[in-house]
Design a protein around this ligand. Structure first.
Ligand code: OOB
Length: 552
């Protein structure tokens, strides 16, 4: 048994009472909790297939009906309870795409503990941060980790780091182990629909990660509406190719939207064309969600594949900007309808609608889910720009948070608008076109990387005086990571040595810079700060000069 939690969850900045009352009156917010969510579906669709995918436990391809998923979630709940996990404890959920993703997700939710949606690629640096911030009671893991790493060994290193700072390490729960008899399942914990139920990860812009508190009331509103907008029903078969922890495959409409409607979720172990196309054919997949680089790999492969992709009706693309020209190829090459999705784990999700004309579907990133999503497009001083002009996107609404977990309301305006850091243009139809970004974040094929976080790790190198991390344009991933570093005198550490240093720090592989530039100084802005914008410009010039020198 663990000792009782040392700290209660710190207050979460919720919606002001008058907003909450309005969202309730409009029936956006309802009483449904996640424990009830699955039980109701299991009653309604008992014998239908809920989840299909590889099993960590048996190593075999596995199908679970709604009744079986509900029973397995009950068994997970029993297991967690026996291990001392209590309602409102925080539990890291770190699994590859597999059937256990669903059973453990619903098992944790049923127990009333809060899943923290970590990615399979996260390593000891990220996991230790999450454990410290959330005071995690348990860490659910399984399967091989990134590049074949053993997640149990990673968890041991996390435990060592936590002990060194006086924190109690989380209990490790192996999702590959056999579950106890389902007969012992305790009833779902009694938690409220407007209480926090889980923590999503923010893409982040600062040195410390931010956790996003979401409630059943706000999240399930976005799930129900997403399912409706995307035409999800009992016949939907959704292929999950992105890591399930991401907000996009989780809820837009994702796993939850499909289970809400009685459809089937197919867990793809990887998004490569052979794996994905094989599953589309064998499972008669009707819908999937991908990031632009995955789509770009699929399009040419679809033209020469021997697999029958005829069941595929809707391909959702989001997480990063989709080029208009690539968007236009979805219909011809995949024989499916495109839906663009511009969302964020903090809340707001925009969709192009399935019945909208081609120019809106290929040329915009959609419009908000809710009539009560408030959108402002402002200049640097916070003043609304004229319609159609580029500006910073601010938003608030019935499923957009008002503050991060244990972080107050930093990142929000005094009247509760979330500062997305995205640059957009708004069309008269309400559609948004994403034109750029004004936040220190790199979007590497949909994976978000906070510049400051990587800089912090680089600066821990004894022979670096300064580091600045910026986005580098990339034909395939959209952006990659470039680190400019100033050595502390000669000889400068090599790129290989800096990579080794970051590997020893234990950061996720996708955050390790793709390129290092050793420089003597950084350009500075008018206020004397390192100008990342000038660095990006210098990098663009450098890359252009390189391609001109070595034409292919
Ligand atoms: C999704 O969520 P996050 O939290 O990983 O990242 C949010 C950020 C946005 O602020 C924006 O910068 C970028 O990702 N983004 C896009 C985009 N979709 C997301 N930028 C341009 N075009 C798009 N279509 O990425 C997310 C959450 C729910 C649904 C879909 C994506």
């Amino acid at each position: 048994m663990r000792p009782p939690p040392r700290t209660d969850p710190a207050p979460v900045t919720g919606w002001p009472a008058e907003f909450a009352a309005r969202y309730r009156a409009l029936r956006y917010w309802r009483d449904e909790t996640f424990g009830a969510f699955l039980a109701t579906r299991a009653d309604r669709h008992a014998t239908r297939t809920a989840v299909v995918g590889p099993s960590l436990h048996t190593g075999r391809w596995t199908r679970l009906t709604y009744a079986e998923l509900d029973r397995a979630a009950g068994a997970v709940h029993a297991r967690l309870r026996a291990a001392g996990v209590r309602p409102r404890d925080r539990v890291l959920l770190q699994l590859p795409n597999c059937v256990e993703y669903a059973t453990y997700l619903f098992g944790v939710l049923r127990s009333g503990a809060w899943p923290v949606f970590t990615l399979p690629g996260h390593r000891e640096a990220e996991l230790t941060d999450f454990c410290r911030i959330a005071d995690a009671a348990a860490h659910i893991l399984g399967g091989p980790g990134p590049r074949g790493a053993d997640p149990r060994a990673t968890a041991q290193r996390v435990a060592g780091r936590l002990r060194a700072t006086g924190h109690v390490p989380p209990l490790v729960v192996d999702a590959g182990a056999a579950l106890p008899e389902p007969a012992t399942a305790p009833p779902p914990a009694e938690t409220g629909a407007e209480e926090v139920a889980f923590l999503q990860l923010s893409g982040g812009t600062t040195g410390t990660p931010k956790l996003i508190p979401r409630t059943p009331a706000d999240y399930l509103y976005s799930v129900r509406e997403s399912a409706r907008i995307c035409g999800v029903g009992p016949e939907t078969v959704m292929l999950v190719t992105l890591p399930a922890a991401h907000n996009f495959p989780m809820s837009s409409p994702g796993i939850l939207g499909v289970l809400h409607a009685g459809g089937t979720v197919v867990m793809a172990p990887d998004p490569s064309p052979p794996t994905a196309f094989g599953l589309i054919e064998s499972e008669r997949v009707t819908m999937t969600s991908v990031v632009p680089p995955v789509l770009q790999a699929w399009l040419p492969a679809a033209r020469r594949t021997g697999h029958d992709l005829g069941s595929l009706d809707v391909v959702q693309v989001g997480g990063a900007r989709l080029a208009d020209a690539v968007a236009a190829r979805v219909g011809p090459d995949l024989g499916a309808r495109l839906q663009q999705v511009f969302g964020m784990a903090e809340g707001l999700v925009n969709y192009t609608r399935l019945d909208e004309p081609d120019d809106l579907v290929t040329g915009t990133q959609g419009r908000p889910i809710s009539p009560d999503d408030e959108i402002r497009v402002v200049d640097g001083d916070g003043r609304d720009v004229p319609p159609g002009t580029e500006g910073l996107l601010l938003t608030r609404g019935p499923y957009t948070i008002r503050g991060y977990y244990r972080a107050g309301a930093a990142g929000f305006t005094p009247d509760g608008f979330y500062r997305t850091g995205d640059l957009v243009r708004r069309l008269p139809s309400g559609h948004l076109v994403v034109t750029g970004r004004a936040k220190d974040q790199i979007n590497r094929g949909g994976e978000k990387i906070a510049a400051e976080e990587v800089e912090g790790h680089l600066l821990a190198h004894p022979r670096l005086r300064d580091a600045a991390v910026v986005a580098m344009p990339d034909r395939f991933l959209g952006e990659r990571v470039c680190a400019f570093v100033i050595p502390d005198g000669p000889p400068a550490p090599s790129a290989a040595e800096l990579r080794r240093h970051l590997d020893e720090r234990g950061i996720a592989g996708y955050k390790v810079p793709d390129r290092f530039e050793i420089v003597a100084e950084f350009p500075v802005s008018a206020v004397g700060k390192t100008s990342r914008r000038d660095l990006r410009r210098a990098l663009t010039d450098l890359l252009r000069a390189n391609t001109e020198r070595s034409p292919r």
